[in-house]
Design a protein around this ligand. Sequence first.
Ligand SMILES: [Mn+2]
Length: 356
Amino acid sequence: MNKRINKLRKVLIDKDLDGVLITSRPNTLYLSGFPGSASTIFISHKRAIFLTDFRYIEFSKERCGNDYEVMLYEKKPLIFLMEQIKNDGIKKIGFEDEIVSYSSYMTISEQLPKIELIRMKDSITKLRLVKEDSEIVIIQKAVDIADQAFTHILKYIKVGISEIDIAAEIEHFMRKNGAEKQSFDSIVASGKRSSLPHGHASEKIIESGDGITMDFGAIYNGYCSDMTRTVFVGKPEQKILDIYATVFEAQTIAEAAVHRGKTGVEIDKIARDIIYEAGYEGMFGHGLGHGVGIEVHEEPRLSTSGNIVLENGMVVTIEPGIYVPNYGGVRIEDMAVVNDDLPKVLTSSSKELIIL
Ligand SMILES: [Mn+2]
């Protein structure tokens, strides 16, 4: 954690700040390793303070005691904090303006009347862009749990069960195999419903010939995974198999093109061109991918507006899809780590056509 605190201190110098206040869960977790809510971190050039309430004080001391002055506040954490730092000469404090709500901002400014509050924009979340090796090990474990759930669900899927049955089985399996919870509400969309890119599992019954798009992920040790596969039951129509072949091609080629120095726009375009040239223009209405880490959707975006230049150690998804309204859709999604040349693909489930 010390390394991460020092990275943040460099930002303080760049922005000419005396300290920074961090209250969002993704950033407090990143900087302290503390996974709960109700924590406030203050980092100045000399001090690192971790404030929490009675529920978490023991655990926090154990988890963050080496890197932080861990303190218990009773009612108003910021007024308590000001007491602690009143002799430190703090005048300008950065805060997470992209995350803090308007009412929290009002509270902060009321509680810190003599302090100048400076917007940090995305400079704290930017610290999380490039993953450390230890983070990639954890992410790989989250990916492995989802991969195992996919292998498991292939044995479970049959005509006559519902989308909710499939989602519940995936989630139960992941939980039993080490997941803290799922990264997001699982998407299971079958038959015509698979044209909904984010169709949450419904009571719809699986019928012969259906394609089933399953998009899910696990949280392990605070880090997320995210994967999608579309599989078929019975005898699918040739038209949806052609769509599958195009998505497979777009996914495979775009994934191989993920490497250091490229922007999200460039990689997105590779998949988009393949899909549009195959005649599906207008049917791939989302970005190609996104970063994954403590949050399931984070920077860098691989999309028509993803301008961040990829660096080694960034973790991204590659997930093209084609959605034909009132007919059906296909999406294939892997996670990969950016590298000098070919990315290290974390997802190990087969992408070849599966007909159950
Ligand atoms: Mn995704």
